[in-house]
Ligand binder design. Structure first.
Ligand code: R1P
Ligand code: URA
Length: 273
């Protein structure tokens, strides 16, 4: 195996720009990279497609992590090993609160850790919170761009398709949106002393139980393949890149060191070692 490539995602082991937009879909990574100056593909292995380039003078990494938190964590950790210090996830999500419309943005303040992977890494009481500076930068960027946006807590849930267990555990809790990877990113970042946040584009609602009749004026069933969602993703990409630029200008790239910033198995460990 080439020594300069990470074992799972095949990203270079060093030298990636410290500010990163991470997305689920490799095609979306390419779309976001097209907004950059001097964009170049760095690597593409499995669902992990990585680009570098610059946005208004700030060097950026853009990477896809695929669907699902267990696989996404592999990428987040290998990107961090390679030099990424600030992560913003630009994802799609289902709305969970009345008044949040298709194509609108949800800026995540925190996430419920139902991600199916971080439970195996640390106790469930550990919080998944966005870095406050990431939340503020995203809010400022969305406001400056005049993009409709909301803020709130997100339900990161490993199961996309509904099963037998009803999806009503958080009824009345005011959650803003549901998606599949954000809490794993936030926890990974906290453990490594990194900065992370997320901005999500609403693409409907993935389960009938989550369609709120009061919200039916603004969201329908799950359908990410619509113009309204594509436009939202384009706007979200600009908001994420611009928020990273603000962070690069105004904030140090790493959180203060704290006891959790050197987790076990940091660089090479895995379930086989
Ligand atoms: O659009 P992305 O970033 O992939 O995000 C959402 O879309 C996928 C499900 O269709 C999951 O990955 C979910 O988190
Ligand atoms: O997990 C997800 C992602 C996008 N939209 C949804 O409704 N759920």
């Amino acid at each position: 195996m080439p020594q300069h490539l990470s074992p799972v995602t095949r990203v270079p082991r060093t030298g990636l720009p410290p500010y990163a937009v991470v997305v689920g879909d490799p095609a979306r990574a390419a779309d976001v990279a097209m907004l950059l100056d001097g964009a170049a593909e760095v690597s593409y292995h499995r669902e992990y497609r990585v680009f570098r380039g610059s946005w208004r003078g700030v060097p950026m990494t853009v990477a896809s992590h695929g669907v699902g938190a267990p696989g996404a964590v592999l990428l987040f950790r290998e990107l961090a090993d390679a030099g990424v210090r600030t992560f913003l996830r630009l994802g799609t999500a289902g709305a969970m609160r009345p008044g949040i419309g298709d194509g609108e943005l949800v800026i995540a303040e925190a996430a419920v850790r139902d991600d199916g992977v971080t439970q195996q890494l640390l106790p469930p009481e550990y919080p998944a919170v966005s870095a406050p500076e990431a939340v503020f930068a995203l809010l400022r960027a969305a406001r400056a761009a005049g993009v409709p946006h909301h803020r709130g807590f997100v339900w990161t849930r490993a199961a996309f398709q509904p099963g037998l267990i009803p999806l009503n555990a958080y009824d009345g809790a005011g959650l803003a949106a549901i998606e599949m990877e954000l809490s794993a990113l936030l926890v990974t970042a906290s453990l490594r002393g990194l900065v992370a946040g997320g901005v999500l584009v609403v693409d409907g609602v993935n389960a009938d139980e989550l369609v709120d009749e009061r919200a039916s004026f603004s969201t329908g069933g799950y359908d990410p393949h619509r113009e309204v969602v594509a436009r939202g993703v384009e706007r979200g990409a600009v908001v994420a890149l611009e928020a990273l630029r603000l962070l690069a200008e105004e904030c140090p790239a790493e959180r203060a060191h704290h006891p959790g910033s050197a987790p076990p198995g940091r660089a090479s460990g895995g379930n086989a070692t």
